[in-house]
Design a protein around this ligand. Structure first.
Ligand code: SAM
Length: 340
């Protein structure tokens, strides 16, 4: 179907009560991770929640794609720890959106196992990859991830992804004050040298050990100011529901994004819904509870019943997060168990 005008009217197209259209799905396929990043997993050591067979995620994705989802991102935990991810992407890429198109398929990974699988993922239908790196210095990288010699593997993964034609390759860096904000300029250089989009993310209170304070957040304004000691940044246009503000350097080489949920919240145009590894729907990273889609499936609900359930859940999507406000209630799960 070539144009929006010819879309069928569909009562089940996902819109929340604030009029936000929901078209972005994130599926966490495991909450296991082979890294133990100090700001993320300072407490428990492994999985806390179950994993479902891929066919269950596929059914959920199929129903959601029929309800207006156009982009599916796989995350975790570390999604590349799941055997069978290539076939899962192949199956996802056969789904068709309400416009009759293949959904965009993206992956967020720590990149440790990416080099050997990047081409297969691309061939299976993966469109984009985001690799998390919080330093571009091998020693610092090892101290953050608490895994020796990871940096070279991740760099190889970034390069293999580019060679495989995954485009763009994005690198996400969470900044914490007094910890890695000295990496801002090195990441600017990295973006230009490696041909990747580097995106700095403000640290959110979603960690296991509750170390977050407003003072730990390195804000968007600070990133822009620090980067201009190297080269000035100019903001460029972005899509409405895009979470990152985008910046270019004067010569157009490299690109920087800044995701600023704390200093510049973007909840008003949030288009996301999440499925956790154990099949719960979450309407916000900061939700105080989740909604058990899997339990309904397990009890034999039809696709129609599941779709009705999803509509009701989406209606309840939170208006915004309350980070930094008095009385802030922490999310019912930490980042690694939701899927970032
Ligand atoms: N293992 C994969 C990875 O490393 O990208 C996917 C899961 S990881 C939880 C997703 C992203 O969330 C990573 O970029 C990580 O740095 C980020 N993250 C973890 N805790 C965070 C927090 N408290 N605030 C902001 N980002 C966080």
């Amino acid at each position: 179907m070539p144009s929006d005008e010819r879309l069928p009217t569909n009562d089940l197209l996902l819109t929340d009560k604030f009029g936000r259209s929901i078209h972005d799905l994130r599926i966490s396929i495991t909450d296991r991770c082979n890294y133990r990043c100090v700001y993320c997993r300072t407490g428990t050591n492994g999985a806390a929640f179950a994993e479902l067979p891929f066919e269950d995620y596929l059914r959920m994705a199929r129903i959601l794609v029929s309800m207006g989802i156009t982009k599916v991102r796989l995350t975790g935990g570390e999604p590349l720890l799941r055997k069978g991810i290539v076939q899962f992407i192949r199956d996802l890429s056969k789904l068709r959106t309400v416009k009759g198109e293949k959904p965009a398929i993206a992956l967020t990974t720590n990149g440790h196992l990416l080099a050997e699988i990047a081409q297969s993922l691309k061939d299976a239908g993966l469109d984009r990859v985001t690799v998390s790196m919080d330093a571009v210095d091998p020693d610092r990288f090892a101290r953050i991830t608490r895994v020796p010699n990871g940096y070279d593997s991740v760099l190889a993964g970034v390069r293999a992804s580019r060679r495989a034609g995954l485009d763009p390759v994005k690198v996400n860096c969470v900044l914490l004050r007094g910890f890695n904000e000295d990496q801002i300029i090195p990441f600017g250089v990295f973006s230009r040298e490696e041909g990747v989009v580097v995106r700095f993310i403000e640290f959110m209170p979603l960690e296991e050990d509750r170390v977050w304070t407003p003072q730990t957040v390195v804000t968007l304004d600070e990133v822009v100011a620090r980067m201009s000691e190297y080269l000035p940044l100019t903001e460029i246009a972005r899509e409405h529901s895009e979470t990152a503000r985008r910046y270019r350097f004067p010569d157009g080489i490299g690109e920087i994004g800044i995701i600023a949920p704390v200093s510049h919240p973007f909840c008003g145009h949030c288009s996301r819904i999440r499925i956790t590894s154990d099949g719960k729907l979450r309407t916000c990273l900061f939700s105080a509870w989740d909604h058990d889609l899997y339990e309904l499936m397990r009890r034999g609900a039809s696709d129609e019943k599941l779709a009705e359930f999803i509509v009701k859940v989406v209606e309840k999507k939170e208006e915004r997060h309350h980070i930094g406000e008095p009385g802030f209630v922490p999310a019912s799960r930490t980042m690694v168990h939701i899927g970032g």
